[in-house]
Design a protein around this ligand. Structure first.
Ligand SMILES: C[C@@H](N)C(=O)N[C@H](C)C(=O)O
Ligand SMILES: [Zn+2]
Length: 285
């Protein structure tokens, strides 16, 4: 069985205290309060194999009847047989024009392997966040850009995996690519990861922009999830053009109700989020 199944889908995480950190004042995610809601999630009807499907998908795949060439080159996405908890949607059902590269489903992430709880390469979001992202996308389309989504809802069990991983000094597999200048054991303390992540509340998104004309991501000065000061807003380590790209994303996200995170240019929280104190733990499937 997939390790993610050691916790039942739909379970809420027990109340935990965030650990004090020097970064706490700067990290909106550490200001969360207690878990105060209960929601039932329908159990999955079918276990998905996380190793068998590509993690990148987008409107170009979903919109047309696939040609034989498409069928050969694009692995099918797992069927959406899981009934999401009330209030949640599959983002690609709402935001069809976006690209999706769900990093924690695959190996291209700071851990270097698929993360427990990500059983399919889907972006799941609260209805409210999905609606806000539609507005962001519409505005970006007029400017010639689309949204590339890296992560939305993150099961609490995945955050637990990040915590365990950060304490394993021996595993530095992805250090050079994702945290070359940071001590792994201090990534939480430094604010790059949250003990209780806004992502688990369903209204936080990691994203960037891509150019509609070329399909290429905009140059933001550092890649997604480079846990480093170069990913801070206000860093002097990037060019004016790279900073302007970050500012464009920030401006439009803020206009539609999101708050940026000073240490990660890609991370945005919906300010008026529907479940501000609930850390969900159903699997992404
Ligand atoms: C690791 C990064 N993608 C992220 O989401 N960091 C924030 C702070 C979080 O863990 O919620
Ligand atoms: Zn994030």
């Amino acid at each position: 069985p997939h390790p993610a199944n050691s916790l039942a889908s739909g379970d809420q995480v027990e109340q935990q205290e965030p650990s004090p950190s020097p970064a706490a004042a700067d990290n909106a995610e550490l200001n969360s309060s207690i878990i105060d809601e209960q929601q039932d999630a329908v159990q999955p009807t079918d276990e998905q194999d996380s190793s068998s499907s590509d993690s990148l998908h987008g409107s170009e795949i979903d919109s047309a009847v696939p040609s034989s060439e498409d069928v050969a080159s694009e692995p099918a996405l797992p069927a959406k047989t899981y009934a999401l908890p009330d209030g949640f949607v599959y983002l690609d059902d709402i935001l069809e024009d976006a690209q999706y590269d769900i990093r924690y489903y695959g190996e291209n992430n700071f851990v270097g392997r698929p993360i427990e709880g990500y059983l399919a390469p889907y972006a799941i979001a609260t209805e409210e966040m999905a609606a806000a992202l539609v507005k962001v996308s519409e505005e970006m389309q007029e400017l010639g850009y689309g949204l590339l989504i890296y992560d939305t809802y993150r099961p609490a069990k995945a955050v637990e995996v990040f915590k365990e991983w950060s304490q394993d000094e021996a595993d530095t597999l992805m250090k050079d690519s994702f945290y070359p200048n940071e001590e792994k054991s201090k990534l939480f303390q430094r604010g790059y990861l949250s003990q209780r992540s806004g992502h688990s509340r369903g209204s936080t998104v990691d994203l960037t922009l891509y150019e509609l004309a070329s399909g290429e991501p905009l140059d933001m000065g550092s890649p997604y999830d480079l846990l480093d000061e170069i990913s801070y807003f206000g860093t002097r380590l990037i060019t004016d053009e790279q900073a302007a790209n970050r500012e464009l994303l920030k401006k439009v996200m803020k206009k539609h109700g999101f708050k940026e995170y000073s240490k990660e240019w890609w991370h945005y929280v919906l300010l008026d989020e529907p479940y501000p104190s609930t850390y969900f733990d159903f699997d992404v499937q």
